[in-house]
Design a protein around this ligand. Structure first.
Ligand code: ADP
Length: 363
């Protein structure tokens, strides 16, 4: 008796006559309704049918399958009936798209056909790679201060009778410990942000109070460097935000503005309403950022000058946190900068529409 294929079921048999190959139109209709892409390979290795979008994966050329691995898998499955799975790299699905990964599973349909089910797992693979990179980066970042602390503790033991050396080593230990603590605090912020939905805690908050709170936290550092923080805030502006997060974002920008500026300069915090958004800008007269670097500074642990960032207590996570907060609120952060002139970072939050209308009525 002829062996039944995967789709050679009873319901399908009534319409089997429509297909010379023995694959029923019903079976093909079912395949068409599957969420992923698929292809059926005939016994001679040619393509029998494929889903509509299959061609865009770059696995087909001139009616044949381009990957020798897939062709081998299909013929092996046809021979022994054993399903196989493989992950394959593909070029971007569209011109200019980044390369991706597909997961392919083979199943024998009948003696003459093998079905290949293809899932695009590019996004999941990219997230996995990012997670691995992140863990490697965090380990590296933690190793630096911890390694320094171990060496300094050894040095302290060697210098127990030398008060001057002891002072030097212990003050460096304090610095490394502070670095470690800043890194842990930024990592905690980042993981808390990722675990929560900013809009759960969102409420209407005045821009003035967010700015005042953020300035309060950096006030002493600015004073130490004789940097003047100037506010240019119109009255009545409100944001619909998670207040703690909005303060964190602004505080990170202010910390950087102070960190990357020379003493006796000015940092300006301004706000305005523009095209459905409220913009909060932090402008400094600092070292500025090279145009090529401007797109990368929002990546985790990316620093233009790693030595300077470490020296001044930077963790490389400040702007990644800012970007995350803005995006979680449906906004964005942008930068305009010129080397040697200064930088302006702008936070854009969507205007709280209903509330703003009410506010206007009231004012
Ligand atoms: P860091 O903790 O190193 O400051 P961030 O994520 O806050 O990390 O910033 C990333 C990098 O962007 C910094 O290392 C610095 O090179 C650059 N940068 C950020 N803000 C400024 C600024 N206001 N002026 C000049 N460079 C800046």
């Amino acid at each position: 008796m002829r062996k039944r294929g995967l789709f050679g079921g009873r319901q399908a048999s009534a319409t089997v006559a429509a297909s010379a190959s023995g694959l029923s139109p019903d079976a093909l209709a079912i395949l068409d309704r599957l969420p992923g892409e698929w292809i059926i390979i005939a016994a001679q290795g040619g393509v029998y049918r494929a889903s509509k979008e299959f061609g865009t994966l770059g696995l087909l050329h001139l009616g044949g399958i381009t990957s020798p691995l897939l062709a081998d898998m299909a013929s092996a499955t046809l021979r022994d009936g054993v399903s196989r799975t493989a992950d394959l790299p593909i070029g971007g699905a569209e011109v200019g798209a980044p390369p991706g990964t597909v997961r392919v599973r083979t199943s024998r349909l009948d003696e003459g056909h093998t079905l290949l089910l293809v899932d695009d797992i590019s996004a999941a693979t990219r997230v996995d790679a990012m997670r691995r990179d992140f863990i490697a980066n965090v380990s590296h970042e933690l190793k630096t201060p911890v390694g320094a602390l171990v060496l300094l503790a050894d040095a302290v033991q060697e210098a127990l009778n030398d008060a001057k050396a002891l002072r030097k080593f212990t003050s460096r230990m304090q610095l490394e410990a502070a670095r470690l603590s800043a890194l842990i605090s930024d990592l905690t912020d980042l993981s808390r942000l990722q675990a929560s939905d900013a809009m759960d805690e969102a409420r209407l908050v005045s821009v003035k109070s967010i700015v005042n709170e953020a300035i309060d936290t950096v006030h002493l550092v600015a004073q130490d460097k004789r940097i003047d923080i100037v506010r240019e805030l119109p009255a009545g502006l409100k944001l619909f935000v998670d207040e703690e997060q909005a303060v964190t974002a602004l505080r990170n920008l202010l910390t950087n503005a102070i960190r990357y500026s020379s003493p006796h300069t000015k940092v300006t915090v301004s706000a305005r309403e523009s095209e459905g958004y409220i913009e909060l800008a932090v402008a400094d007269q600092g070292i500025g950022i090279d145009p090529e670097q401007q797109a990368r500074i929002f990546e985790r642990f990316h620093r233009v000058d790693p030595a300077r960032s470490r020296q001044t207590g930077g963790t490389g996570l400040g702007l990644a946190i800012v970007k995350h907060i803005c995006m979680a609120h449906g906004g964005e952060v942008t930068v305009q900068s010129a080397v040697g002139v200064g930088s302006t970072f702008t936070l854009r939050y969507p205007l709280p529409r209903v509330a703003t209308a009410t506010e206007r009525e009231g004012s």
